[in-house]
Design a protein around this ligand. Structure first.
Ligand SMILES: [Zn+2]
Length: 54
C-alpha cells in the first residue's frame, strides 16, 4: 500500500481554491491587505474598501 499522504495546500489557502495564487490575489484588499471571503466584485470584510472584479 502507498503511504503517500496528501497534506493539503500551504497555510493561508482556502480549501475551495484549486491552488492558483492569482485567484487569491484578486481577493486581497489593496488598502488593508485583508482577504475577502468571496470572489470580487465585493467589499473588503475588514475596512469596507471596494474590491472590483478587475
Ligand atoms: Zn481592506
Amino acid at each position: 500500500m502507498d503511504k503517500i499522504q496528501y497534506v493539503g495546500p500551504p497555510d493561508g489557502f482556502d480549501d475551495d481554491l484549486p491552488g492558483d495564487p492569482v485567484c487569491l490575489m484578486r481577493r486581497v484588499c489593496m488598502k488593508c491587505g485583508a482577504v475577502a471571503d468571496e470572489e470580487p466584485p465585493t467589499v473588503c470584510p475588514q475596512c469596507g474598501e471596494e474590491m472590483p472584479a478587475d
